[in-house]
Design a protein around this ligand. Structure first.
Ligand code: FDA
Length: 325
Protein backbone atom coordinates (compact mmCIF):
# COMPACT_ATOMS: atom_id res chain seq x y z
CA UNK A 1 0.00 0.00 0.00
CA UNK A 2 2.78 2.41 1.06
CA UNK A 3 4.66 1.58 -2.11
CA UNK A 4 1.66 2.30 -4.31
CA UNK A 5 0.96 5.56 -2.50
CA UNK A 6 4.54 6.78 -2.79
CA UNK A 7 4.57 5.81 -6.44
CA UNK A 8 1.50 7.86 -7.37
CA UNK A 9 2.64 10.82 -5.26
CA UNK A 10 5.94 10.67 -7.17
CA UNK A 11 4.02 10.66 -10.47
CA UNK A 12 1.80 13.55 -9.30
CA UNK A 13 4.91 15.72 -8.88
CA UNK A 14 6.60 14.76 -12.15
CA UNK A 15 6.89 17.97 -14.16
CA UNK A 16 7.24 16.31 -17.59
CA UNK A 17 4.18 14.12 -17.07
CA UNK A 18 2.14 17.04 -15.70
CA UNK A 19 2.90 19.23 -18.67
CA UNK A 20 2.59 16.34 -21.17
CA UNK A 21 -0.87 15.42 -19.86
CA UNK A 22 -2.17 18.93 -20.62
CA UNK A 23 -1.92 18.06 -24.30
CA UNK A 24 -3.75 14.75 -24.12
CA UNK A 25 -7.18 15.85 -22.91
CA UNK A 26 -8.79 13.84 -20.10
CA UNK A 27 -7.41 10.29 -20.24
CA UNK A 28 -7.03 7.17 -18.06
CA UNK A 29 -10.49 7.59 -16.55
CA UNK A 30 -9.77 11.11 -15.26
CA UNK A 31 -13.03 12.21 -16.90
CA UNK A 32 -15.01 10.51 -14.10
CA UNK A 33 -13.41 12.73 -11.45
CA UNK A 34 -12.64 15.90 -13.45
CA UNK A 35 -15.64 17.93 -14.65
CA UNK A 36 -14.39 18.75 -18.14
CA UNK A 37 -11.56 20.81 -19.57
CA UNK A 38 -13.43 24.11 -20.11
CA UNK A 39 -15.85 26.49 -18.36
CA UNK A 40 -18.92 25.39 -20.36
CA UNK A 41 -18.49 21.72 -19.38
CA UNK A 42 -17.83 22.66 -15.76
CA UNK A 43 -20.91 24.93 -15.55
CA UNK A 44 -23.11 22.12 -16.94
CA UNK A 45 -21.78 19.78 -14.20
CA UNK A 46 -22.38 22.36 -11.46
CA UNK A 47 -25.94 22.96 -12.67
CA UNK A 48 -26.61 19.22 -12.38
CA UNK A 49 -25.30 19.26 -8.80
CA UNK A 50 -27.31 22.37 -7.90
CA UNK A 51 -30.46 20.64 -9.21
CA UNK A 52 -29.83 17.98 -6.55
CA UNK A 53 -29.50 20.54 -3.78
CA UNK A 54 -25.67 20.40 -3.81
CA UNK A 55 -23.44 23.47 -4.07
CA UNK A 56 -19.95 23.44 -5.60
CA UNK A 57 -16.45 24.65 -4.89
CA UNK A 58 -14.77 25.08 -8.26
CA UNK A 59 -11.08 24.36 -8.78
CA UNK A 60 -9.59 25.55 -12.05
CA UNK A 61 -6.88 22.88 -11.92
CA UNK A 62 -3.26 23.98 -11.70
CA UNK A 63 -0.42 23.93 -9.18
CA UNK A 64 3.36 24.26 -8.76
CA UNK A 65 3.60 27.06 -11.32
CA UNK A 66 7.09 28.55 -11.80
CA UNK A 67 6.55 31.01 -14.69
CA UNK A 68 4.93 34.43 -14.17
CA UNK A 69 3.05 34.11 -17.46
CA UNK A 70 1.48 30.83 -16.30
CA UNK A 71 0.40 32.35 -12.98
CA UNK A 72 -1.13 35.35 -14.76
CA UNK A 73 -2.98 33.00 -17.12
CA UNK A 74 -4.33 31.07 -14.13
CA UNK A 75 -5.47 34.33 -12.53
CA UNK A 76 -7.38 35.33 -15.69
CA UNK A 77 -9.02 31.92 -15.88
CA UNK A 78 -10.15 32.09 -12.25
CA UNK A 79 -11.49 35.63 -12.81
CA UNK A 80 -13.49 34.19 -15.73
CA UNK A 81 -14.83 31.42 -13.50
CA UNK A 82 -16.02 34.01 -10.97
CA UNK A 83 -17.70 35.89 -13.82
CA UNK A 84 -19.38 32.65 -14.93
CA UNK A 85 -20.60 31.85 -11.39
CA UNK A 86 -22.25 35.28 -11.33
CA UNK A 87 -23.60 35.16 -14.90
CA UNK A 88 -25.13 31.68 -14.48
CA UNK A 89 -26.27 32.41 -10.92
CA UNK A 90 -25.06 29.01 -9.71
CA UNK A 91 -24.52 28.00 -6.07
CA UNK A 92 -20.74 27.84 -6.13
CA UNK A 93 -17.51 29.27 -4.74
CA UNK A 94 -13.83 29.09 -5.65
CA UNK A 95 -11.03 26.80 -4.48
CA UNK A 96 -7.50 27.65 -5.59
CA UNK A 97 -3.93 26.70 -4.84
CA UNK A 98 -1.51 29.52 -3.95
CA UNK A 99 1.30 27.89 -5.96
CA UNK A 100 -0.94 28.18 -9.03
CA UNK A 101 -0.97 31.95 -8.54
CA UNK A 102 2.79 32.26 -8.19
CA UNK A 103 3.67 31.54 -4.55
CA UNK A 104 6.89 29.82 -5.64
CA UNK A 105 7.85 32.84 -7.75
CA UNK A 106 7.37 35.68 -5.27
CA UNK A 107 5.10 36.19 -2.25
CA UNK A 108 4.01 39.72 -3.22
CA UNK A 109 3.36 38.72 -6.83
CA UNK A 110 1.10 35.93 -5.57
CA UNK A 111 -0.58 38.29 -3.08
CA UNK A 112 -1.37 40.78 -5.87
CA UNK A 113 -2.87 38.03 -8.04
CA UNK A 114 -4.95 36.75 -5.15
CA UNK A 115 -6.07 40.26 -4.23
CA UNK A 116 -7.55 40.73 -7.71
CA UNK A 117 -9.36 37.40 -7.48
CA UNK A 118 -10.68 37.97 -3.97
CA UNK A 119 -11.82 41.53 -4.82
CA UNK A 120 -13.87 40.37 -7.82
CA UNK A 121 -15.27 37.46 -5.83
CA UNK A 122 -16.17 39.84 -2.99
CA UNK A 123 -18.04 42.11 -5.40
CA UNK A 124 -20.14 39.10 -6.49
CA UNK A 125 -20.48 37.67 -2.97
CA UNK A 126 -18.41 34.60 -3.81
CA UNK A 127 -16.26 32.88 -1.17
CA UNK A 128 -12.62 31.97 -2.01
CA UNK A 129 -10.89 29.02 -0.37
CA UNK A 130 -7.11 28.70 -0.38
CA UNK A 131 -6.37 24.98 -0.59
CA UNK A 132 -3.39 23.87 1.47
CA UNK A 133 -0.58 22.06 -0.32
CA UNK A 134 2.66 20.55 0.98
CA UNK A 135 4.32 21.69 4.23
CA UNK A 136 6.71 24.17 2.60
CA UNK A 137 3.72 26.26 1.46
CA UNK A 138 1.66 26.00 4.65
CA UNK A 139 2.72 29.08 6.62
CA UNK A 140 2.89 31.32 3.49
CA UNK A 141 -0.72 30.27 2.75
CA UNK A 142 -1.81 31.34 6.24
CA UNK A 143 0.13 34.60 5.76
CA UNK A 144 -1.68 35.29 2.46
CA UNK A 145 -4.96 34.69 4.22
CA UNK A 146 -4.07 37.05 7.07
CA UNK A 147 -2.94 39.74 4.63
CA UNK A 148 -6.09 39.56 2.50
CA UNK A 149 -8.50 39.29 5.40
CA UNK A 150 -7.49 42.82 6.45
CA UNK A 151 -9.61 44.00 3.49
CA UNK A 152 -11.91 41.10 2.66
CA UNK A 153 -14.04 38.67 4.65
CA UNK A 154 -14.74 36.17 1.83
CA UNK A 155 -11.59 34.09 2.37
CA UNK A 156 -10.74 30.89 4.22
CA UNK A 157 -8.40 27.93 4.07
CA UNK A 158 -7.83 24.27 4.91
CA UNK A 159 -6.42 22.48 7.94
CA UNK A 160 -4.71 19.12 7.32
CA UNK A 161 -5.10 16.69 10.20
CA UNK A 162 -1.85 14.81 9.56
CA UNK A 163 0.32 17.75 10.72
CA UNK A 164 1.23 17.80 14.42
CA UNK A 165 0.97 21.59 14.39
CA UNK A 166 -2.63 21.60 13.11
CA UNK A 167 -3.97 21.52 16.66
CA UNK A 168 -2.23 24.82 17.31
CA UNK A 169 -3.26 26.22 13.91
CA UNK A 170 -6.92 25.44 14.32
CA UNK A 171 -6.98 27.50 17.51
CA UNK A 172 -5.01 30.31 15.89
CA UNK A 173 -7.21 30.46 12.75
CA UNK A 174 -10.55 29.50 14.29
CA UNK A 175 -12.18 32.78 13.26
CA UNK A 176 -11.85 31.81 9.59
CA UNK A 177 -14.20 29.60 7.65
CA UNK A 178 -12.12 26.39 7.52
CA UNK A 179 -12.23 23.17 5.53
CA UNK A 180 -10.83 20.29 7.54
CA UNK A 181 -9.22 17.34 5.72
CA UNK A 182 -6.93 14.43 6.57
CA UNK A 183 -4.13 15.62 4.22
CA UNK A 184 -3.10 14.49 0.74
CA UNK A 185 0.66 15.03 0.40
CA UNK A 186 3.59 12.93 1.54
CA UNK A 187 5.06 14.53 4.66
CA UNK A 188 7.95 13.35 6.86
CA UNK A 189 7.61 11.79 10.30
CA UNK A 190 9.00 14.81 12.12
CA UNK A 191 6.11 16.95 10.82
CA UNK A 192 3.16 14.66 10.37
CA UNK A 193 1.41 11.55 11.69
CA UNK A 194 2.01 8.59 9.37
CA UNK A 195 -0.37 6.14 10.98
CA UNK A 196 -3.94 6.26 9.59
CA UNK A 197 -5.48 5.70 13.04
CA UNK A 198 -3.55 8.63 14.50
CA UNK A 199 -4.54 10.86 11.57
CA UNK A 200 -8.19 9.86 11.98
CA UNK A 201 -8.06 10.57 15.73
CA UNK A 202 -6.58 14.02 15.17
CA UNK A 203 -9.07 14.65 12.36
CA UNK A 204 -12.06 14.10 14.67
CA UNK A 205 -10.45 16.27 17.37
CA UNK A 206 -9.96 19.18 14.94
CA UNK A 207 -13.47 18.91 13.49
CA UNK A 208 -15.04 18.89 16.97
CA UNK A 209 -12.97 21.90 18.04
CA UNK A 210 -13.94 23.99 15.01
CA UNK A 211 -17.61 23.00 15.21
CA UNK A 212 -17.69 24.14 18.83
CA UNK A 213 -15.51 27.25 18.75
CA UNK A 214 -14.86 28.23 15.14
CA UNK A 215 -16.57 29.93 12.27
CA UNK A 216 -18.22 27.87 9.51
CA UNK A 217 -16.74 24.34 9.17
CA UNK A 218 -16.44 22.29 5.96
CA UNK A 219 -15.93 18.62 6.80
CA UNK A 220 -14.25 17.31 3.65
CA UNK A 221 -14.06 13.53 3.65
CA UNK A 222 -15.39 10.38 1.96
CA UNK A 223 -15.09 8.50 5.24
CA UNK A 224 -18.61 7.44 6.29
CA UNK A 225 -17.38 6.70 9.84
CA UNK A 226 -16.28 10.32 10.27
CA UNK A 227 -19.53 11.57 8.72
CA UNK A 228 -21.61 9.41 11.09
CA UNK A 229 -19.57 10.66 14.03
CA UNK A 230 -20.14 14.29 12.99
CA UNK A 231 -23.88 13.71 12.62
CA UNK A 232 -24.00 12.38 16.21
CA UNK A 233 -21.76 15.14 17.54
CA UNK A 234 -23.79 18.02 16.06
CA UNK A 235 -27.01 16.47 17.39
CA UNK A 236 -25.60 16.07 20.89
CA UNK A 237 -24.18 19.60 20.95
CA UNK A 238 -27.10 21.34 19.24
CA UNK A 239 -24.88 22.69 16.50
CA UNK A 240 -27.14 24.22 13.85
CA UNK A 241 -26.95 22.97 10.27
CA UNK A 242 -26.04 26.41 8.94
CA UNK A 243 -22.71 26.28 10.86
CA UNK A 244 -21.20 23.47 8.80
CA UNK A 245 -21.30 21.50 5.56
CA UNK A 246 -20.00 18.21 4.27
CA UNK A 247 -17.74 18.21 1.21
CA UNK A 248 -16.60 15.45 -1.13
CA UNK A 249 -14.74 15.37 -4.41
CA UNK A 250 -16.56 15.31 -7.74
CA UNK A 251 -17.22 11.75 -8.93
CA UNK A 252 -16.67 10.07 -5.54
CA UNK A 253 -19.45 8.37 -3.53
CA UNK A 254 -22.16 10.10 -5.56
CA UNK A 255 -25.05 8.30 -3.83
CA UNK A 256 -23.78 9.31 -0.40
CA UNK A 257 -23.41 12.93 -1.58
CA UNK A 258 -27.04 13.01 -2.71
CA UNK A 259 -28.24 11.18 0.43
CA UNK A 260 -26.60 13.72 2.75
CA UNK A 261 -28.13 16.61 0.79
CA UNK A 262 -31.53 14.91 0.94
CA UNK A 263 -31.16 14.51 4.71
CA UNK A 264 -31.03 18.31 4.87
CA UNK A 265 -27.29 18.80 5.42
CA UNK A 266 -25.44 21.51 3.52
CA UNK A 267 -23.43 19.62 0.95
CA UNK A 268 -20.74 21.02 -1.33
CA UNK A 269 -18.93 19.07 -4.07
CA UNK A 270 -15.35 19.98 -4.98
CA UNK A 271 -15.46 20.36 -8.78
CA UNK A 272 -12.05 20.32 -10.49
CA UNK A 273 -11.85 21.16 -14.17
CA UNK A 274 -9.26 22.18 -16.73
CA UNK A 275 -6.36 20.78 -18.69
CA UNK A 276 -3.96 20.52 -15.76
CA UNK A 277 -5.57 17.35 -14.33
CA UNK A 278 -2.63 14.98 -13.97
CA UNK A 279 -1.27 15.85 -10.49
CA UNK A 280 -4.78 15.98 -9.03
CA UNK A 281 -5.70 12.63 -10.55
CA UNK A 282 -2.49 10.89 -9.39
CA UNK A 283 -3.07 12.13 -5.80
CA UNK A 284 -6.54 10.56 -5.91
CA UNK A 285 -4.96 7.26 -6.99
CA UNK A 286 -2.39 7.59 -4.20
CA UNK A 287 -5.14 8.01 -1.59
CA UNK A 288 -7.17 5.06 -2.68
CA UNK A 289 -5.76 2.58 -5.17
CA UNK A 290 -9.28 1.21 -5.62
CA UNK A 291 -9.82 4.40 -7.61
CA UNK A 292 -7.92 2.51 -10.25
CA UNK A 293 -11.31 0.92 -10.88
CA UNK A 294 -12.08 4.19 -12.55
CA UNK A 295 -9.32 3.39 -15.00
CA UNK A 296 -9.79 -0.32 -15.42
CA UNK A 297 -13.40 -0.97 -14.34
CA UNK A 298 -12.17 -4.06 -12.49
CA UNK A 299 -11.48 -4.98 -8.90
CA UNK A 300 -7.83 -5.55 -8.03
CA UNK A 301 -5.98 -6.72 -4.97
CA UNK A 302 -3.08 -4.73 -3.52
CA UNK A 303 -0.36 -6.51 -5.50
CA UNK A 304 -2.05 -6.02 -8.84
CA UNK A 305 -2.79 -2.40 -7.96
CA UNK A 306 0.94 -1.83 -7.79
CA UNK A 307 1.44 -3.61 -11.10
CA UNK A 308 -1.31 -1.58 -12.73
CA UNK A 309 0.35 1.54 -11.33
CA UNK A 310 3.59 0.59 -13.02
CA UNK A 311 1.65 -0.05 -16.22
CA UNK A 312 0.00 3.35 -16.03
CA UNK A 313 3.40 4.99 -15.57
CA UNK A 314 4.92 3.03 -18.44
CA UNK A 315 2.01 4.07 -20.62
CA UNK A 316 2.43 7.71 -19.67
CA UNK A 317 6.17 7.71 -20.09
CA UNK A 318 5.78 5.92 -23.40
CA UNK A 319 3.32 8.54 -24.65
CA UNK A 320 5.60 11.31 -23.53
CA UNK A 321 8.76 9.96 -25.07
CA UNK A 322 6.91 9.33 -28.37
CA UNK A 323 5.77 12.96 -28.36
CA UNK A 324 9.24 14.20 -27.54
CA UNK A 325 10.83 12.28 -30.36
P1 FDA B 1 -9.75 8.00 3.46
O1 FDA B 1 -9.13 8.02 2.13
O2 FDA B 1 -8.89 8.05 4.68
O3 FDA B 1 -10.75 6.81 3.54
C1 FDA B 1 -11.34 6.39 4.77
C2 FDA B 1 -12.38 5.34 4.48
O4 FDA B 1 -13.50 5.94 3.81
C3 FDA B 1 -11.92 4.21 3.57
O5 FDA B 1 -11.21 3.24 4.28
C4 FDA B 1 -13.24 3.73 3.01
O6 FDA B 1 -13.90 2.91 3.94
C5 FDA B 1 -14.03 5.02 2.85
N1 FDA B 1 -13.88 5.60 1.52
C6 FDA B 1 -13.01 6.54 1.13
N2 FDA B 1 -13.15 6.85 -0.16
C7 FDA B 1 -14.11 6.06 -0.64
C8 FDA B 1 -14.72 5.88 -1.91
N3 FDA B 1 -14.34 6.58 -2.98
N4 FDA B 1 -15.72 4.96 -2.01
C9 FDA B 1 -16.11 4.22 -0.96
N5 FDA B 1 -15.57 4.35 0.28
C10 FDA B 1 -14.59 5.24 0.44
N6 FDA B 1 -6.02 17.60 0.96
C11 FDA B 1 -5.06 18.54 1.16
O7 FDA B 1 -3.95 18.21 1.56
N7 FDA B 1 -5.35 19.86 0.94
C12 FDA B 1 -6.58 20.29 0.52
O8 FDA B 1 -6.79 21.49 0.33
C13 FDA B 1 -7.59 19.31 0.30
N8 FDA B 1 -8.84 19.64 -0.12
C14 FDA B 1 -9.83 18.69 -0.20
C15 FDA B 1 -11.16 19.03 -0.50
C16 FDA B 1 -12.15 18.08 -0.49
C17 FDA B 1 -13.56 18.48 -0.79
C18 FDA B 1 -11.85 16.71 -0.17
C19 FDA B 1 -12.93 15.65 -0.09
C20 FDA B 1 -10.55 16.37 0.10
C21 FDA B 1 -9.53 17.32 0.07
N9 FDA B 1 -8.21 16.96 0.34
C22 FDA B 1 -7.27 17.95 0.53
C23 FDA B 1 -7.81 15.52 0.35
C24 FDA B 1 -7.83 14.93 1.76
O9 FDA B 1 -6.76 15.46 2.49
C25 FDA B 1 -7.72 13.40 1.74
O10 FDA B 1 -6.48 13.07 1.17
C26 FDA B 1 -8.80 12.69 0.97
O11 FDA B 1 -10.04 13.27 1.17
C27 FDA B 1 -8.86 11.20 1.37
O12 FDA B 1 -9.23 11.07 2.72
P2 FDA B 1 -10.73 10.77 3.20
O13 FDA B 1 -10.97 11.56 4.43
O14 FDA B 1 -11.68 11.04 2.09
O15 FDA B 1 -10.82 9.25 3.56
Amino acid sequence: MGLTKDFFIMLSQNKALNSGAKRWGLKLGAQSVVAGTNIEEMIASVKELNAQGISATIDNLGEFVFEESEALKAKEEILNVIGAIHAHDIAAHISLKPTQLGLDIDYDFCLDNLREIVAKAHAYDVFVNFDTEDYGHLQPTFDLLDDLSKDYDNVGTVIQAYFYESERNIEKYKDYRLRIVKGAYKEPEDLAYQDKKEIDRNYIKLIEYHLLYGKFTSIATHDHRVIDHVKRFVREHNIPKDKFEFQMLYGFRRELQIKLAQEGFNFCTYVPFGEDWFGYFMRRLAERPQNLNLVTKQVFNKKTNTLIGVGVAAFLLGRLSKRNK
